[in-house]
Design a protein around this ligand. Structure first.
Ligand code: HEM
Ligand code: HEM
Ligand SMILES: [Fe+2]
Length: 457
């Protein structure tokens, strides 16, 4: 198996960058977990470590999505990329900007005064969770994403082959780019500020990213099983249609207690409760297609694809729906229940998605038909079992927190330091397990196709 178009190889650059950041993200996540037990373990404080953890997560997932798109679009359009040098430039610009932002966070962690204000914007850290990147970096990100999208559209225009998969994929990406914009202006009114902030955070992961996931799911099922395009595309339309219908109005589940009008209780509660439905359809889609499979060409790729569909449903759908009604959320809002859901949703929906795309597309980029798969399975089990236990642990911590803090009225710190201590210890232990899985994956990524005695095609 080899790639059809040489320019698809650009995907590997993005994958490599993504994977390095992934390792960093997990490593600092573990440091954050240990800081719950020993706050002064690192030079950087919990606040900085946490920022690094979640920003690295978002950035590496975006890099992974870009890599995946660079692979899919030439394949679907049946042509080389419109402009390879621009793609390469866009890659290096992204790396430089992200590195500068990370260095900025670290500098600010050590010298908080360094985050000075120039022309009304802060130069190192803007301070809104997940999108802390300063304004100058926002501008670079927008330029980079525009270059990326332009290149994609020009590639499609070359052959004018508008397949449904790449149409939906690019629609998702345009939506993603547009939804970055509400995060670029801010209001001194906290209610308004939070209102727009959720457009980025929520409409990304429960809107545009899920649309992209729907398109990639169809692509991966087609690649690994050779499933029929027409059937996959039909299901993809239903899935992404429902994702948008429930997800857009589902934004209301973040507007219950932040000063927005009361009608959001009804809108948010109702529509977000329906959000698991399209995610369940995706699971069903994956199973139905797999059952009909005659010749599976890439078993690991398929394994990760199905795992992604399942954990997308469990993490986002189930762990989301449990706290999505205002009657429940008034107790659980902003507790460890939220953190538990955040972990399983991101892991299931997007970490496994990028890993699946890597296992589906990397063999062809490395020019191998068969590769040693044992490490891929080991990585999966180390990560998944550890993540499940991390999530169960912090769900437990969240239940204790809700009960003691919000029903019994104990202090936040008293609950955190005393009653939840064992949960933090167990989380840290499984954090080590997760790191082991990540390192196996990183190693496997660099080794894939390079082991002795395997046939090359
Ligand atoms: C892949 C999709 C999803 C991802 C990655 C995701 C991730 C997250 C994250 C990280 C947060 C915490 C945000 C913060 O820092 O305050 C959050 C909050 C929340 N999510 Fe999700 N989520 C997803 C899907 C869903 C779905 C489908 C539902 C409902 C069915 C849901 C319900 C909620 C609710 C109610 C909150 C607010 C929790 C609170 O009040 O503290 N999420 N989500
Ligand atoms: C790929 C795997 C991971 C993903 C997707 C992930 C995702 C996230 C997200 C979305 C948040 C913010 C949650 C919120 O505020 O609601 C977060 C916070 C955090 N994560 Fe992770 N994480 C991962 C791995 C880890 C690991 C292995 C550990 C170590 C045990 C860890 C420890 C933490 C800690 C301690 C926080 C701060 C929680 C708090 O503020 O209470 N994470 N992570
Ligand atoms: Fe949401």
């Amino acid at each position: 198996m080899t790639i059809k178009y040489q320019s698809q190889k650009i995907a590997q650059y993005f994958y490599t960058f993504a994977i390095i950041l992934f390792a960093v993200q997990v490593l600092v996540g573990l440091v954050a977990a240990i800081q719950f037990l020993k706050p002064d373990i690192a030079i950087l404080s919990f606040a900085t470590i946490r920022t690094l953890h979640i920003n690295a997560l978002v950035v590496w997932l975006l890099a992974g999505l870009m890599g995946a798109t660079y692979y899919v679009v030439p394949e679907e359009s049946e042509t080389e990329l419109w402009n390879y040098p621009i793609a390469l430039f866009q890659f290096w610009a992204t790396v430089v900007a992200v590195t500068a932002v990370v260095v900025g966070y670290i500098v600010m962690g050590i010298f908080p005064q360094a985050n000075i204000s120039v022309l009304g914007t802060l130069v190192l850290n803007e301070g809104r969770e997940y999108i802390e990147a300063p304004r100058w970096a926002d501008v670079l990100i927008v330029v980079s994403v525009l270059l990326f999208l332009f290149n994609m559209f020009m590639t499609m225009l070359k052959t004018k082959k508008w397949t449904a998969i790449q149409g939906v994929l690019l629609t998702g990406l345009v939506f993603l780019a547009l939804m970055y914009l509400p995060g670029m202006f801010y209001s001194k009114n906290m209610v308004k500020d939070q209102f727009w902030w959720w457009w980025v955070i929520h409409l990304w992961v429960e809107g545009s990213w899920e649309v992209i996931a729907g398109a990639l799911l169809a692509f991966m099922l087609m690649k690994t099983i050779g499933a029929k395009r027409e059937v996959l595309e039909k299901w993809m339309y239903i899935e992404v249609g429902l994702v948008l219908f429930t997800g857009i109005l589902g934004t209301g589940h973040h507007y219950y207690f932040i000063g927005t009008p009361k009608y959001w209780w009804w809108v948010g509660g109702f529509f977000s409760s329906l959000e698991p439905v399209p995610l369940l359809l995706m699971v069903w889609d994956a199973f139905r297609t797999t059952r009909e499979a005659r010749n599976v060409t890439n078993k690991v790729g398929l394994f990760y694809t199905v795992a992604h569909a399942i954990f997308n449903f469990v993490g986002a759908g189930l762990w989301g729906v449990i706290h999505t009604l205002p009657q429940v959320n008034q107790w659980t809002h902003g507790t460890q229940i939220t953190t538990a859901h955040g972990h399983l949703a991101f892991y299931g929906a997007y970490v496994l998605l990028i890993m699946a795309m890597i296992y589906v597309t990397l063999p062809s980029m490395r020019g191998v038909k068969e590769f040693k798969t044992s490490r891929a399975y080991q990585a999966f089990w180390w990560m998944t079992i550890s993540m499940v236990f991390i999530v169960l642990t912090i769900t437990g911590a969240g239940m204790v927190q809700v009960y003691m803090e919000r029903l019994m009225g104990l202090d936040y710190v008293a609950v955190k330091a005393n009653y939840n201590l064992w949960f933090w210890i167990i989380r840290a232990i499984f954090g080590v397990g997760f790191l082991v899985g990540t390192l196996i994956f990183v190693y496997d990524y660099f080794r894939l196709g390079k082991d002795q005695g395997l046939q090359k095609t």
